[in-house]
Design a binder for this molecule. Structure first.
Ligand code: COI
Length: 378
């Protein structure tokens, strides 16, 4: 038995646009509405393995109406970002994490896996070609969306015998239309995002469409996103499309950062992991962050609405924030819950005292302004 071909960057074919489009001004960008000149496509079939990678002008895909992605949501995606500094140096942030998570997602929905290093090489080629699209303003970047879909022309529910991996790129600023300001959340008790044994811990397209109606309803009530709760005790799980952190003043003078554990319902976010790592490096003295308290602890543990509500009432709630590639760190100033609004403390510029310090270090490392091995030169 000979192994089928894996993704092979040396086979890359490039067909450039004949007339490049003008790059829009960063101030006009709406998240994910503008796309660069080119995209990467790599077809796969069970018979031929991974086929020739191609960078081609950005444009529509041709899909058979019967293909599995259109009926059974055989689709997964990643979100990653490229930054361009004022000297023109282009970097990616922890792209190896995205490549690994893509494999985990692919295995969960029977899509083909591949050599992540090879895909990363090709993504770098795409980003290099379209690098003039990467905005340089603070808080802006190129959002990269690798996507893998099942394209078998058949209505049976089965692993597809054909698939397509493609990568598109979008210059972006803030994820939320109101900019980098705090968001108000609606703690929904009518809907859930994930359940034990389900797919909440994987980055699948199927996890996102069911969130749209709950989000619209939260919007009608005057909130920006849902706070996803789980179980009879209303455990906090995620915030809209982000992971979630709460900071408490704990007993014996400690400041406790809490995020729910990866129990299969929580997406293993790259920003989540980065925030945890930065906090731990501070706590264990590997890399102190100026401005963070000495008496900090970090716990990955369940947290309930009862605990958050009580802490808000007693003045022991320090802050609550969401983290994600698209939104980076997003402070929360209010949670609508069972008919009342719980006020969450925020700092003068919106961010709380802990998230502001972590955000500064994180953005420094993301943009390459603070050198670290998380930043990978393209
Ligand atoms: C990201 O933060 O990259 C996400 O995947 C959220 C997305 C749905 C915009």
């Amino acid at each position: 038995l000979t192994a089928l071909p894996d993704i092979e960057p040396s086979r890359l074919q490039i067909r450039k646009v004949t007339s490049p489009r003008p790059v829009p001004s960063s101030s006009n960008l709406v998240f994910g509405h503008t796309f660069t000149d080119h995209m990467l496509t790599i077809p796969w079939s069970a018979v031929r393995g991974w086929d020739t990678p191609q960078i081609v002008p950005y444009g529509p895909l041709s899909l058979d109406p019967s293909c599995t992605v259109l009926h059974y949501a055989q689709t997964l995606f990643e979100g990653m970002k490229a930054y361009r500094d004022l000297n023109g140096k282009v970097t990616l942030f922890r792209p190896d994490m995205n490549m690994k998570r893509m494999q985990t997602s692919a295995k969960r929905i029977a899509l083909p896996t591949f050599n992540g290093d090879a895909l990363l090489e090709l993504i770098k080629s795409l980003v290099r070609l379209d690098k003039h699209w990467i905005p340089q303003e603070p808080g802006h970047s190129l959002y990269i969306r690798p996507t893998l879909i099942g394209t078998q022309k058949a209505l049976g529910v089965a692993p597809p015998n054909e698939a397509l991996l493609f990568v598109i790129c979008s210059p972006v600023g803030p994820y939320y239309p109101q900019g980098f300001k705090p968001v108000a959340l609606y703690g929904t008790t009518e809907y859930i995002r994930a359940a034990p044994g389900g797919t909440g811990g994987y980055k699948l397209g199927a996890n996102y469409a069911p969130g749209v109606v709950p989000q619209k309803e939260a919007g009608r009530k005057g909130y920006v996103q849902n706070l996803w709760l789980h179980g009879p005790e209303h455990h906090l799980t995620e915030v809209g499309t982000m992971n979630m952190f709460v900071v408490f003043k704990a007993e014996n003078g400690l400041v406790e950062i809490v995020t729910p554990p990866l129990d299969g319902m929580i997406l293993p976010g790259v920003t989540r992991d980065s925030v945890i790592t930065l906090a731990k490096e501070h706590i264990f003295g590997k890399h102190k962050l100026q401005g963070l308290p000495e008496n900090l602890v970090l716990n990955e543990r369940p947290v309930t609405m009862t605990e958050v509500k009580a802490a808000a009432a007693q003045g022991t709630l320090v802050e609550l924030f969401g983290t994600g590639t698209a939104a980076v760190i997003s402070p929360v100033d209010k949670i609508g819950y069972l008919g009342e609004d719980i006020v969450i403390p925020t700092g003068p510029d919106g961010m709380g005292p802990i998230s502001r310090v972590i955000w500064k270090e994180l953005v420094g490392r993301q943009t390459g302004a603070i050198p670290s091995d998380w930043s990978v030169v393209v």
